[in-house]
Design a binder for this molecule. Structure first.
Ligand code: G6P
Ligand code: ZN
Length: 543
């Protein structure tokens, strides 16, 4: 087969965001758009000659086409072997697992995570490095630089491969292995969790629902929960991955996973409810009658992880992203382990995990994970929860309440103002930053500002500095407000306002969240002048 050099010219908009390049599908379908970006990635892997590369995605619209392109470009760029998930499928955590297990140089992961798919939906291309984690900023900037000057890309003109059957073939001297997308991942889960105890749990009549939202985790959840652990058939719903997610918005939160949320709050609630997102790295946990915030989930998992075989020796430390509530810090303090606060974005956990400083980490954006891979992992979180429920014999809702009784409760809500004008968003953040110095000591809406800053992260492992990660304001009344702009949107800007308040009074642990936080919400709006600057009286999404 001939290897072709195809001339091309740069696109100005290929700057990767929080997790890779994300754009609307029509943008990706422009001639050469995908090829340019993939070539830029490959150019930034100096050791690619003869190396192994993992390729797969969440199955969204355009996934197959890009998988074919990536395979042919890998062949033309000197890779020795590619591992491709059958049908082009690999969940994000499974891709991370496969990269690590097979000593790959990295992986090209196709996903726009929880964003809707389809011909007018979103698509994304992300590069993960040899540790299985999202490429660090130094690499993504190098990729971006490369996209600005690209003049040609290399591609094999081999015909399309049959992605539907596992097995090995060859194109242009490169070996192509189509692998079962679930097998390596399932084996890793088996090594971490007590599958025997989980099998007993299901055999004893424990019922759960896992809503895969017609996205990638369906096959993984079915194979592990139903086929291996014996959960009753029908435990996994919306289990077939679909290119448009069956019209679902595959974001596991109470708004987009409302069917699960409603079931868990109704009379027929099973013992446990969970959901995952488009590419399988996020999770939502719902106990009967009780939604568990991702921040609480991280804290609860940290407190009980030692009950699962993979974590029996205890945790080295825990980390949370800055806007995630401080609940996990309280657990770390009690366990006497280190707690870290990182900028939003899973990649910031990478160094801490690689250096062995942390074992567990999580984010308010429904991501939880550990050192087993270098991505957050939705199904892993569900299995750890199940392992803890099996080991303690406690219903999930009791476990949450016991946690609050012991540590206090961090009431938490996030208000999103989506698709606001980018200039207005910038003005709002600039306005806040300009106020920071004058805020401490001021009383606003009955709350007194204790500290105010723009989060700046100094990586404890390599000393790298990341500036301007969001404005955080703490109050003497044990409340906190964080403002930042989303790094993952594809249209306009999204302002996120994170609001929390700590309560340890045992008689006030079960108050309505909105009521508890109303005074802090009012202050958050006033301080940033949200309505006047954005033209929005109310957020578009409250979670
Ligand atoms: C992706 C990343 C997460 C991050 C989230 C933030 O999901 O993988 O690590 O927390 O984006 O999204 P945002 O829209 O708030 O920038
Ligand atoms: Zn995701």
């Amino acid at each position: 087969m001939a290897l072709r050099h195809v001339s091309t010219s740069p696109f100005a908009d290929q700057k990767p965001g929080t997790s890779g390049l994300r754009k609307k599908v029509p943008v990706f379908r422009q001639p050469n758009y995908v090829e340019n970006f993939v070539q830029a990635i490959l150019d930034c892997i100096p050791e690619r000659d003869g190396a192994t590369l993992v390729i797969g995605g969440d199955g969204r619209f355009f996934n197959r086409e890009v998988v074919q392109i990536a395979i042919k470009m890998a062949a033309a760029n000197g890779l020795g072997r590619v591992l491709v998930g059958r049908d082009g499928l690999l969940s994000t955590p499974a891709a991370s697992c496969v990269i690590r297990k097979h000593g790959a140089i990295g992986g090209i992961v196709l996903s726009a995570s929880h964003n809707p798919g389809g011909p007018d939906g979103d698509f994304g291309i992300k590069f993960n490095g040899a540790n299985g984690g999202p490429a660090p900023e130094s690499v993504t900037s190098a990729i971006f630089e490369q996209t600005k000057t690209i003049t040609a890309y290399r591609i094999s003109d081999a015909p399309d491969l049959d992605l539907g059957v596992t097995g090995t073939s060859e194109i242009d001297g490169m070996s192509v292995e189509i692998i079962d997308p679930v097998a390596d991942y399932a084996e890793l889960m088996h090594s971490l969790f007590d599958f025997e105890a989980l099998t007993k749990l299901f055999a004893s009549g424990f019922r759960m629902r896992f809503d895969a939202l017609s996205a990638i985790t369906g096959p993984y959840a079915k194979a592990i929960l139903e086929d291996t652990l014996g959960a009753e058939a029908g435990t996994v719903v919306n289990g077939e991955p679909k290119p448009d997610f069956g019209g679902h918005h595959p974001d596991p939160n109470p708004v987009h996973a409302h069917e699960l949320f409603d079931l868990m709050h109704g009379p027929d609630a099973p013992d446990f409810g969970a959901a995952s997102d488009g590419d399988g790295d996020r999770n939502m946990i719902v106990a009967p009658g009780l939604f568990v915030t991702p921040s609480d989930s991280l804290a609860i998992l940290a407190a009980h992880a030692h009950r699962a075989p993979g974590y029996a020796t205890g945790l080295a430390g825990v980390a949370r992203s800055m806007p995630t509530s401080r609940a996990a810090d309280r657990v770390a303090a009690k366990l006497g382990i280190e707690a870290f606060e990182t900028p939003t974005g899973w990649k910031f956990f990478g160094n801490l995990l690689d250096a062995g400083r942390i074992t567990l980490c999580g984010e308010e954006s429904a991501g939880t994970g550990s050192n087993h891979v270098r991505e957050k992992d939705g199904l892993w979180a569900v299995l750890l929860w199940l392992n803890i429920l099996a080991a303690t014999g406690k219903p999930a809702q009791d476990l949450v309440r016991a946690h609050w009784a012991e540590f206090g409760r961090d009431y938490y809500t996030r208000h999103d103002y989506e698709e606001i004008d980018s200039d207005a968003a910038k003005r709002l953040m600039d306005g806040l930053r300009a106020k920071i110095a004058s805020l401490p000591g001021q009383t606003i809406g009955g709350l007194t500002v204790k500290t105010a800053d723009d989060f700046r992260y100094v990586d404890p492992v390599d000393g790298s500095v990341t500036e301007a990660q969001g404005v955080r304001i703490t109050f003497a009344e044990d409340a906190r407000i964080v403002y930042r702009l989303s790094g993952t949107g594809t249209a306009g800007a999204t302002l996120r306002v994170y609001i929390e308040r700590y309560e340890s009074d045992p008689t006030r642990l079960e108050q309505p969240v909105a009521e508890m936080l109303a005074p802090v919400v009012a202050v958050a709006r006033e301080l940033a002048d949200i309505a006047a600057i954005t033209g929005r009286a109310e957020p578009s999404v409250v979670t």
